[in-house]
Design a protein around this ligand. Structure first.
Ligand code: GLC
Length: 740
């Protein structure tokens, strides 16, 4: 029984560990080879099988484990349940290979953090890493060893429901965040507090046409290399344990079957050496897509394309043994896939300590711990973006005031934890209504009116509007809470309209007729078109889907206890017809410039403003920041030197705050058209009222690298513009030359 031999080997490995890494590596390989050598062909196929164990664990499922047909499971949670399943694998199956427990811990396990796009709005890499570490601690305590995160699919199309799962439109920011999340999951705790990360969905999924999920994505090689690959490279460089391929196709070939992408790009170009898994049933999807005639072909194509693990379709466990016996698949290919799985289990600590990760007492201590709640509230506060604050309406002082809290999301709980809620529970969420009561206390008289109801996308609930208007008339100030329900975004959550669902805009317009001051809070995972919402609101806060502590965070921002610091990681369109609209678009001829309206021959729309409603990098504060002029250490830089760019930032307001100072560059002449601006660095600077700080960035030639005509990283001498400012559209400008 391998189970017994695992323990024996474990001792020798521990001994080796104290000797030297080289010996340890040799012994680690020996451990894997020893297990592999004892597996039957069926058991090898079983190790490649990843099956959904959500819900009741039936006798049939136990039997699959006993027969050695289950290598890993997903959606089975809880230390007690997973310990029980592990014991069945170790003691009742012939081979006794431990199960690897996997889960969608996307932004929290039980304490749910803001959705990833919201976390990206914090630009705070330490806080983002800490958030992943909290998720890892809780998941590990819940008997999970691997998560399907970070999702790093760059998208510029808010119609795509999954835009909330990644880190926005910019490759540089997305890459830094991808690495922070991988390290947060894999390296921030002790061995038993970490979980393995899976970067997904390789690659280009975010380009799915018109935001329709699983649809056609037809990227150019340049777009792939410049925009979509960098965060995957960052995750691989951060030693991510696994990669999940996307549902979509690249260049007409589904990723599961795409040799160029999986062999040449992922493994050769990016150097990934770990385990590659399908997404849900993407092996049979190959026949659905029509690139294979049947599932035997699908299995043959996938296993020969280094797809090591089959999520949920069970085609590997059903069909591989016979394909090997028929000589259609080499046993060496199967063995290599099994080695990847065993290496993953070894890295998860399961081969040396298969029962040591299912501690019910630790689970009780860890889930929803004070520390985890506090860390989650921290990132929630930092993720929210103040979009408008006319007449400094915010922060609110509400003592002895009447406040009408209006809108279908004022008391929402489940909607605050999004499409991937992990084990988060609606009843554990602090709603915005509750948060306001707790923050402002009994001296404030709060009334609530839903205003409209939400029934899918239908425009229902008009009859509720008069009651809401009355509540507003009777109040001193109105807090509107509008947005989308959790199921309206996330996987399969494509939307054609980017207006708030239902009659919410009509509700706001009716309430605005009262003339009362209005603060609008948006609970949503995607950048809706908020043009009309902004027009009717004196203050506007993007709360995103803020997680378990969301109501507390919103209230602490509205009260001024926390000065908002978030900056948009994604452009908010002025009109849905502008989509896709993003800051780092390529330079063109016929460039639009304000005031050129009589010149029709420019690249813009004639019926709406050219600019987005809110640009990438935008976000207000309760204080104001003044930027001095850019000072360069030199106006020329050679390939092997650097330039320092500095700027003085002053807090000219009355409250302390954190400002995300951003540095962008434009390459004026290059062999390939360049973006008008590209984020190259940023720094979060905290400033007391009246305080000034010099923010200095160091620019090197490799920061000016782009994908050349040969599709390789290229640096070309020439003139550059350099921008530093508070957003991509609010910058000071300078220039320098890169010499040969
Ligand atoms: C889903 C998603 C993927 C997720 C997996 C397991 O369809 O595409 O992101 O991790 O299946 O739930």
């Amino acid at each position: 029984m391998i189970g017994k031999s695992i323990k024996k080997i474990a001792v020798s490995t521990l001994v080796a560990l104290t000797v030297s890494p080289a010996v340890f590596a040799a012994d680690a390989n020996a451990q894997i080879e020893d297990i592999l050598s004892q597996l039957t062909l069926e058991e090898k196929a079983g190790q490649l099988n990843l099956v959904d164990f959500g819900g009741e664990i039936t006798e049939e499922r136990y039997q699959l484990i006993r027969e050695g047909k289950i290598g890993s499971v997903l959606k089975s949670n809880g230390a007690a349940q997973n310990l029980k399943l592990q014991k069945v694998a170790l003691e009742q199956s012939r081979a006794g290979v431990p199960i690897l427990f996997q889960e969608d811990v996307i932004h929290g396990y039980r304490t749910i953090a803001p959705v990833p796009l919201a976390e990206a709005a914090s630009w705070d890499l330490a806080a983002i890493r800490q958030s992943a570490a909290v998720a890892a601690r809780e998941a590990a305590a819940g008997g999970v060893q691997l998560t399907y995160a970070p999702m790093v699919d760059i998208s510029r199309d808010p119609r795509w429901g999954r835009i909330l799962e990644a880190a926005g439109e910019d490759p540089y920011l997305s890459s830094l965040i991808a690495a922070a999340r991988v390290k947060g999951f894999q390296e921030s705790g002790s061995d038993k507090q970490n979980i393995l990360a899976t970067v997904k969905h390789f690659a280009g999924y975010g380009d799915t046409v018109a935001g329709r999920d699983y649809s056609i994505s037809d990227l150019s090689e340049r777009e792939l290399q410049e925009i979509h690959l960098p965060p995957f490279k960052a995750a691989v460089d951060a030693d991510v344990a696994a990669v999940m391929v996307a549902y979509t196709a690249h260049d007409g070939i589904p990723l599961t079957a795409n040799e160029y992408m999986v062999q040449d790009v992922l493994q050769k170009q990016l150097g990934f050496k770990g385990l590659i898994m399908t997404d849900w049933e993407t092996i049979p999807n190959l026949s659905e897509t029509g690139v294979t005639a049947n599932d035997e072909e699908g299995v043959l194509v996938a296993i020969n394309n280094d797809i090591h693990m089959d999520m949920q379709s069970q085609k590997y466990v059903e069909l591989l043994p016979q394909l090997v016996r028929d000589g259609k698949v080499s046993i060496d290919v199967v063995d290599d896939a099994v080695r990847k799985v065993l290496r993953l289990k070894q890295r998860a600590g399961l081969l040396d300590d298969p029962l040591g990760r299912f501690d019910v007492d630790l689970e009780k201590q860890e889930l929803l711990s004070k520390e985890n709640i506090a860390a989650t509230k921290d990132i929630a506060l930092k993720s929210m973006v103040l979009l408008k604050n006319d007449e400094q309406l915010l922060p609110l002082s509400l003592a002895d005031k009447k406040v009408a809290v209006i809108g279908p999301f004022a008391k929402a709980d489940r909607d605050l934890i999004g499409w991937w809620p992990g084990l988060g529970r609606a009843e554990e969420v602090t709603t915005i209504w509750d948060g306001l009561q707790q923050e402002f206390g009994p001296k404030t008289d709060f009334t609530h009116a839903p205003g409209v109801s939400i029934d899918r996308f239908k425009k229902v609930g008009k009859e509720l509007i008069p009651q809401a208007v009355k509540a507003a008339e009777d109040a001193d100030v109105v807090v509107m809470v509008l947005g989308e329900q959790f199921w309206m975004s996330g996987e399969g959550g494509g939307t054609a309209s980017l207006h708030l669902p239902g009659l919410q805009e009509e509700l706001l317009a009716a309430v605005a007729e009262t003339g009362k001051p209005i603060v609008t809070v948006i609970v949503a995972g995607r950048p809706y078109v908020l043009t009309e919402v902004a027009e009717h609101s004196d203050a506007l806060l993007m709360a995103w889907m803020p997680g378990t502590t969301g109501g507390t965070a919103v209230a602490e921002i509205l009260s001024g206890k926390f000065n908002p610091q978030g900056k948009l990681p994604i452009t908010f369109p002025y009109h849905q017809g502008q989509v896709p609209i993003f800051y780092n678009h390529k330079m063109t001829s016929h460039v639009y410039a304000p005031g050129l309206t009589e010149d029709r021959y420019t690249t813009t729309h004639r019926d709406v403003q050219h600019e987005p409603l809110y640009p990438f990098g935008y976000g207000l504060s309760y204080t104001n920041y003044q930027y001095g002029d850019i000072k360069l250490s030199n106006s020329k830089m050679s390939m092997d030197s650097t330039i320092e760019a500095s700027i003085k930032v002053t807090n000219t307001g009355k409250v302390a705050g954190h400002e995300v100072v951003q540095l962008y560059v434009h390459d004026k002449v290059a062999s390939v058209t360049q973006p008008v601006k590209l984020l190259k660095d940023f720094s979060i600077v905290d400033l007391k009222p009246g305080e000034s700080k010099n923010v200095t960035f160091t620019l090197s030639a490799e920061k000016l690298s782009f994908i050349g005509r040969n599709y390789k990283p290229t640096i070309e001498a020439g003139d550059f513009k350099l921008f530093i400012g508070a957003s991509s559209a609010n910058v000071k400008e300078s220039a320098f030359t890169l010499t040969k």
